[in-house]
Design a protein around this ligand. Structure first.
Ligand SMILES: [Zn+2]
Length: 257
């Protein structure tokens, strides 16, 4: 048995902690301080670290944590990421016997080239740690490589089971929904999500994890074939309505929103 809890960090980061009341795996510890405080308060022992990508708000706490707990750090090898002790590649599986979980590595480039996601089909529902690639009602910025890579990565994640819980690394859902509502004002599921998100945020409760089904119903970056979105982009001069071109136009619109 295991549980997953959010350790808030910085302005809007979530460091996810998988624990079995004894051991803990943390995902993207950008800051060691709240993680060490959590471990001390709950009397838990750190046993591993997952790293989705090398941005400092995801890796900044690793060195300090490893000075206290010499645990494996799973992630993609990259010349600019010195934190990885256990390099992994696409399709590789990580067995976590203490949690009765197996995580599979999925390459999801497009935010950064070496961004990966950790997916487990063993739990019910399934679990995805996707860092800064897929967010509640939005997606990550395209900092490295072609925007097409980000589109392909999101399409790859969209193939996972609809019930998959989406554990992303930031609380961006409310602002993403403001943009999503502009793209697709007639989407009733989205209108409902906006209301629910406001209720959660007013109570200072995380809006994530969401489910892949909810993202597919409300996240414009997973809805590039929707006529209402295409019509709104057409008004802005878009003439190529292939899914890739729509995605690119949406990402560009979001960047200046
Ligand atoms: Zn990032």
């Amino acid at each position: 048995m295991f549980k997953i809890i959010a350790i808030p960090a910085f302005q809007d980061n979530y460091i996810w902690a998988i624990h079995n009341n004894h051991h803990v795996i943390v995902v993207d510890p950008g800051d060691a301080v709240p993680v060490l405080a959590y471990l001390a308060t709950e009397n838990l022992i750190l046993s591993g670290i997952f790293c989705t990508h090398r941005h400092n708000d995801h890796v900044g706490g690793i060195e300090k944590l490893r000075a206290v707990y010499n645990v494996p750090v799973y992630g993609r090898q990259h010349p600019l990421n010195s934190h990885i002790s256990h390099p992994v590649v696409h399709g590789e599986k990580i067995m976590l016997d203490a949690f009765n979980l197996v995580f599979e590595i999925i390459d999801v480039p497009g935010h950064l080239d070496d961004h990966i996601a950790f997916f487990s089909a063993q739990s019910t529902p399934e679990i995805l740690f996707c860092g800064d690639v897929l967010f509640g009602a939005g997606c990550g910025k395209n900092f490295e490589g072609e925007v097409e890579a980000l589109h392909c990565s999101l399409q790859r994640l969209a193939q996972l089971p609809d019930s998959t819980l989406i554990y992303c690394a930031h609380e961006y859902t409310a602002s993403n929904l403001r943009f999503a509502a502009l793209c697709e004002p007639g989407n009733l599921v989205m209108q409902q999500r906006i209301i629910e998100t406001k209720t959660l945020r007013d109570a200072n409760t995380p809006t994530v994890p969401s489910t892949l089904a909810l993202e597919k119903a409300t996240n414009p970056f997973l809805r590039c074939e929707q006529q209402e979105i295409i019509k709104n982009l057409q008004k802005q001069g878009l003439t190529d309505f292939t899914s890739g071109a729509v995605f690119k136009a949406l990402r560009k619109w979001r960047d200046c929103f």
